[in-house]
Design a protein around this ligand. Structure first.
Ligand SMILES: [Zn+2]
Length: 318
């Protein structure tokens, strides 16, 4: 939890004292010790190592033992593992992470049983096909481990995606990096043909959104929520399309679509946005419940920013 930047007044024996929230960071170096070969192989060779016992042949991944506890502490051998396997359980999805993982949400926390392994490797899971929702990974889903571009020798140097999302010719490439994947061709959910009712709600929502944009212009707090951020978002709903334009503290809403947006939102119903503006539901919740879809997983950050707006506007002038 990162506390708000704020201060408070404490009264002690009739005197007022000011107290504020401050931060303190601690840095230290930590050696990976005897587990260095595993992390070095991830970082330098894009290889996942396992620990194989020459006696019982059990293969443990990650190689968290040096001697086999089942076989009278027989020294294990490090072996190179394939980077494909199956999820051994259905991974929970994290949408609200602490500050260390904040930039990576949403991600799934799963365990992959690599082919030939006897223990499962804890790993983050992602999809290349839009925002991660709970239905994409299941126990038994076949996955491929992907290596990050900038590897420092940490468990987060790797993540897994469903192998079905990877083109056949790349499925057997070892040490596949995230840049080799196509993150820009998500599959948009289909919308029903707009009916009269949805069109009506679309038009009233559009008016509400335009009003909201003008209130953002009057709210320092809301402008702060969007400061330093620039996005053009095409929003498709069952009642029609509109565009949200975020430009360094400003919000603009236009009817119709723009060419080359930064990302796309697809809302099953335009009412999702009026619910959002009137505090009945957040856009984040709508995504989790699969009523709202976004084309790029990393743009969840933008959704967080938008979700702050109704509250910031309400607080303005209070
Ligand atoms: Zn053994």
């Amino acid at each position: 939890m990162v506390p708000e930047i704020e201060s408070e007044v404490l009264e002690v024996r009739g005197e007022r004292y000011l107290q504020s929230n401050e931060s303190m960071f601690t840095f230290y170096k930590r050696t990976k010790g005897e587990f260095s070969p595993y992390f070095l192989a991830l970082k330098e060779r894009k290889v996942i190592l396992g620990a194989k016992c020459p006696k019982c042949k059990l293969v443990r991944v990650p190689p968290f033992v040096l001697f086999c506890p089942e076989c009278d502490f027989e020294p294990i051998e490090l072996v190179e593992m394939p980077d494909t396997g199956v999820m051994n359980s259905t991974p929970p999805v994290t949408y609200f992470a602490h500050s260390l993982f904040e930039h990576q949400v949403p991600f799934g926390r799963g365990r992959v049983l690599l082919d030939g392994a006897d223990t499962a490797l804890p790993i983050h899971v992602y999809t290349t096909k839009g925002v991660l929702t709970p239905r994409i990974f299941r126990r038994g889903t076949r996955v491929k481990v992907i290596f990050r571009e900038n590897r420092v020798g940490k468990p987060t140097d790797i993540f897994a995606v469903p192998i079905a999302e990877i083109p056949r010719e790349k499925q057997n490439v070892r040490g596949l990096q995230e840049s080799a994947l196509d993150w820009e061709s998500p599959v948009e959910p289909e919308l029903p043909t707009p009916d009269v009712e949805a069109k009506k709600i679309y038009h009233s929502t559009l008016l509400q959104l335009k009003k909201m944009a003008s209130l953002v212009a009057q709210s320092e707090r809301a402008q702060k929520d969007l400061a330093g951020w620039k996005r053009r978002i095409n929003v498709k709903t069952s009642g029609g399309c509109f565009t949200l334009l975020i430009d360094d503290g400003k919000l603009d809403v236009q009817e119709g679509e723009v060419k080359g947006p930064d990302f796309i939102m697809v809302a099953k119903h335009p009412a999702i946005f009026s619910d959002w503006m009137s505090f009945r539901d957040s856009l984040t919740n709508a995504i989790i419940a699969e009523r709202l879809w976004i084309s790029l997983n990393r743009e969840f950050t933008t959704v967080f920013k938008l979700d702050r707006l109704p509250r910031s506007i309400k607080r303005t002038g209070q």
